[in-house]
Ligand binder design. Structure first.
Ligand code: NAD
Length: 497
């Protein structure tokens, strides 16, 4: 299909699920080998088969990389004004088709349509932000003792593998594609096999936008076959990856011998939310409940930045639990303001943790252990928002990234105790602080072992700020000049006078 309208009608008209195509060298293509395996992709809200995803094999991946390499020769030398124009055109086209992308994102991932709209808007911003960012870059030259003039010269770093997860499919994929091509690199991108629909539609859109063939190629497939071969290919100059920590470790291991390969790894989290007593004063209480609840349950808790460990100062612990539970129960309603979790496999994982909670005799303040589900067509993957108390700090419930609508609440004694508990994690992605004490915000905020700290807010983003984690939550930062560092190589020139 060469237009989004046709693609949409085509997908809707199918009586039996068909396979989505790769987008390679400006064309939508099915695999070259008849032996190619197809993966079933399901509608999380019904459990019905939605479409098939081809699992691209090494030979087709290398062909896509070859096209990206050929395109790099021209694209890397294309004036930034022209590259900027291409990005702007993509963002405008995406805006024109906002609703189509949002509807498919919601169907494919299980999220609510409102949430999907927010993410499509952010995808639009990814392209518009970097379309202007590259126009304003400047390089400063310095004179060294009158002997040499020195300056930093950057050039596009090459062909990138861009690999993204299923929780915010279009937003996270475009968060990589936009800066990659803005800074003159070319890409072979791979979305998650669980949510490939908006990546497929993006391929159709890029074609319509007139982006030169090969600048962006999108290959579909699973992690062990397609993702692993793409990341490890010796023809790839860098990998920008967002996903789980274990996958990040595998990518690092598989590319360990390729020292030149630049790796940017955005990985998992198990983020704390700290509620200090003053945040439960009547004048701030609604804000505290709202932020703690959205940090825990937005997108079914399937956001790497979700605050899934809530710690509350003991003086207001009982009050917080008593107010938080009805607040969540009325604001997060399955099928209305909260969607289904993304896949059967993920449902089973979350269910396993809730089963563990029951075995460990945690208190289910709201929520319960959902039904066992061992096959797809059982009405969708729905899990109630769940609040657990009386959970040991050493329990896997407090240590592992559950990545679902499950939050633990525990008390803390004082500021030092709060900091210790918050930092007691292998992860270090994000933290939320809720207090009206400005001095405390700074004091505690600066001691959080987390790449992103939000105080009295959550998920507020400006695309120039550095995004990334500490500890097992990743290496590198992306956003504005930090994305420039990922996608360019720098040399320092000294020109003798
Ligand atoms: P995942 O690691 O299983 O998969 C992510 C992507 O990697 C998918 O496209 C997958 O096909 C691919 N992949 C899997 N194995 C691979 C391999 N060996 N080599 C190369 N690619 C491989 O993660 P997921 O389950 O899709 O997503 C959830 C995870 O993503 C959570 O841990 C979440 O915290 C994390 N996440 C992090 C951020 C962040 O910015 N730090 C943002 C969103 C999600």
């Amino acid at each position: 299909c060469d237009t989004l309208e046709k693609a949409n009608l085509f997908i809707k008209s199918l009586s039996s699920p068909a396979s989505l195509a790769n987008y390679v060298a400006g064309e939508l293509e099915l695999p070259s080998s008849p032996q190619t395996r197809f993966i079933d992709s399901f509608d999380p809200k019904t459990g019905n088969l939605l479409y098939k995803v081809l699992c691209t094999q090494e030979a087709d991946i290398e062909t896509a990389i070859g096209h990206a390499r050929t395109a790099f020769k021209t694209w890397s030398k294309t004036p930034r004004v022209e590259r900027s124009r291409h990005l702007r055109r993509i963002s405008e086209l995406l805006e024109d088709h906002r609703e189509l992308f949002a509807v498919w994102e919601s169907i494919d991932q299980g999220k609510t349509i409102d949430r999907a709209r927010v993410e499509v808007d952010r995808a639009i911003s990814n392209f518009s932000y970097f379309s202007t960012y590259i126009l304003h870059e400047q390089t400063a030259a310095r004179m060294i003792d009158g002997v040499a003039l020195t300056y930093e010269h950057r050039s596009p770093a090459g062909v990138f593998a861009l690999i993204s997860p299923w929780n915010m499919p279009l937003y996270l994929l475009t968060w990589k594609i936009a800066p990659c091509i803005a800074f003159g690199c070319t890409a072979v991108a791979k979305p998650s096999e669980i949510t490939s629909m908006t990546a497929y539609l993006l391929g159709v859109l890029l074609r319509k936008a007139g982006l030169p063939p090969g600048v962006v190629n999108i290959v579909l497939g699973d992690g062990p076959t397609t993702g692993a071969a793409l990341a490890a290919s010796p023809s790839i100059d860098g990998v920008s990856f967002t996903g789980g920590t274990q996958t990040g470790i595998a990518i690092r291991r598989n590319t360990a011998h390729q020292i030149r390969k630049h790796l940017s790894l955005e990985l998992g989290g198990k983020n704390p939310t700290l509620v200090f007593a003053d945040a439960m004063q009547p004048e701030s209480r609604e804000r505290t409940l709202r932020i703690a609840a959205s940090a825990a349950f937005e997108n079914q808790g399937e956001i790497c930045l979700c605050g899934s460990r809530i710690y509350v100062e003991r003086a207001v612990y009982k009050l917080f639990v008593a107010e938080f539970a009805p607040y969540v129960a009325t604001k997060y309603i399955l099928g209305k303001t909260m969607g289904a979790v993304a896949s059967l496999q993920h449902y089973q994982k979350i269910r396993g943790y809730l089963d563990l909670a029951a075995r460990e005799k945690a208190t289910f303040v709201i929520g319960s252990v959902p039904a066992v589900m061992d096959k797809h067509d059982q009405g969708g993957y729905w899990i109630q928002p769940t609040i657990l108390t009386d959970v040991s700090k050493d329990s896997a419930l407090q240590k592992d990234e559950i990545f679902g609508p499950v939050v633990t609440i525990s008390p803390f004694e004082d500021e030092d105790d709060a900091i210790r508990l918050a930092n007691d994690s292998e992860y270090g992605l994000a933290a939320v602080l809720l207090t009206n004490d400005a001095a405390r915000l700074r004091r505690v905020g600066e001691q959080m072992m987390a790449g992103l700290v939000w105080a009295n807010c959550w998920l507020v983003r400006e695309l120039g700020t550095p995004f990334g984690g500490m500890k097992n939550s990743g290496t590198g930062r992306e956003g504005g000049e930090y994305s420039r560092d990922v996608f360019t190589v720098m040399r320092t020139l000294h020109l003798g006078t």
